[in-house]
Design a protein around this ligand. Structure first.
Ligand code: HEC
Length: 353
């Protein structure tokens, strides 16, 4: 009699090991856990699914194509069940990667590979979701969470209902940008170190109340606030002014957006060559150091466009007198420059190292 009991026990253990495919992941054909699991009257819910930027952990509201995000599922059981299994499908949009040691991936699915312990009925699990290519459109994630009583069976467990989370792809209409310009004086005096300069920020997709963080040489000037101008008379030669714009438009990215740089150019002694001599020459870009350029021979506002030799426009910017043009975003090569002043266009070629 005792021996028979032992046989039954051994056979049961063998069966458990052979068929314990579910406690070690439900598999793609078992997406709706409610088809088999039941028996508890507690409720199990997926409370939220949050995707965060890998670099700064900001919550994502719309995805940038081909970008990795940290995805976290938060769930809970209202009763005493404190072991969980789950499954999430991305429906073929993007991919999951980097599951934690207690999870696994197969096809479109991310799921538990062993029962995951909760903390007082709260469940949390993270991995990466890698956004699909540009043009993939709305992504819908679907998931089930199953709170179980750890008896290696299907009774006494409580699966959630299906959780669905959809979000859109980021498009250019969501792109936050900020450009800074010197709005006063209109012509800079590069021999006057005490000149009062007014910088102003021009946001794109900044929302109704964008905030700004002005910076000199990358250091914050005061706290961030709603002030879109920065007035100063204390900039030294080659000081750099930039600005970060914090958009409050829903979904606008990046947040903050960082501006172009304006480099103060003020000399203690007059440059050689008189202005009248310089004006005999045409307006042209001249390198001042590495990829920093100055527009010589004009004191007018100009529009500068830079094209590749294949004719693709890479830069299109309004240029104020005496601003330094930073071309460090361009790689080594030869480029065509078009400088438009009033209604005249001047062309030249420049070589970047
Ligand atoms: C086709 C039926 C079926 C479906 C659908 C199903 N399971 Fe199971 N599940 C089982 C069986 C049978 C067991 C017991 C054997 C075992 O542990 O593998 C089980 C056991 C489990 C266990 C261990 C339970 C305990 O109390 O120890 C977990 C966790 C689990 N399943 C998670 C899930 C999740 C999550 C889903 C939905 C994504 C799911 N299952 C869908 C049949 C199913």
């Amino acid at each position: 009699m005792k021996l028979k009991h032992l046989y039954v026990l051994a056979a049961t253990i063998l069966l458990w090991t052979l068929y314990s495919s579910n406690s070690s992941g439900a598999g793609s054909s078992n997406f709706n856990c409610n088809n088999c699991h039941s028996g508890s009257s507690n409720s199990t819910t997926i409370d939220s699914v949050i995707l965060r930027d890998v670099a700064n952990l900001d919550k994502m509201v719309k995805y940038s194509p081909a970008t990795p995000y940290i995805i976290t599922i938060y769930g809970s059981n209202s009763g005493t069940l404190n072991r969980f299994g789950f499954q999430m499908s991305h429906g073929g949009k993007g991919s999951f990667s980097n599951p934690s040691a207690d999870c696994q991936l197969s096809g479109n699915i991310w799921e538990h590979k062993q029962k995951i312990s909760g903390t007082s009925g709260k469940f949390q699990v993270s991995a990466r979701w890698n956004a699909p290519a540009k043009g993939s459109g709305t992504v819908t994630l679907e998931a089930y969470l199953n709170a179980v009583n750890n008896d290696n069976g299907t009774s006494g467990d409580k699966p959630s209902s299906k959780f669905t989370y959809s979000f859109d792809e980021l498009t250019t209409s969501d792109l936050a940008q900020v450009e800074i310009r010197i709005i006063s004086p209109s012509v800079l005096d590069d021999k006057n170190p005490n000149e009062v300069l007014t910088f102003k920020a021009f946001p794109t997709n900044g929302g109704s109340t964008p905030e700004y963080q002005w910076k000199v040489n990358s250091k914050n000037i005061g706290p961030k606030g709603f002030e879109d101008t920065y007035i100063t008379s204390t900039l030294k030669n080659s000081d750099t002014v930039t600005c970060w714009m914090y958009s409050n438009q829903f979904g606008a990215l990046p947040n903050p957006a960082s501006s172009n740089k304006i480099i103060r150019d003020v000399r203690n002694s007059p440059t050689t060559g008189s202005i009248s001599q310089m004006n005999k020459n045409l307006p042209q870009l001249t390198s001042v150091q590495n990829k920093l350029f100055k527009l010589l021979n004009t004191y007018d506002i100009a529009n500068i466009e830079i094209y590749s030799l294949e004719g693709t426009r890479l830069i299109n910017t309004r240029h104020f007198p005496n601003e330094i043009i930073d071309l460090s975003s361009l790689s080594k090569g030869i480029y065509i420059v078009k400088i438009k002043i009033n209604h005249t266009i001047y062309s030249q070629k420049i070589a970047l190292d």
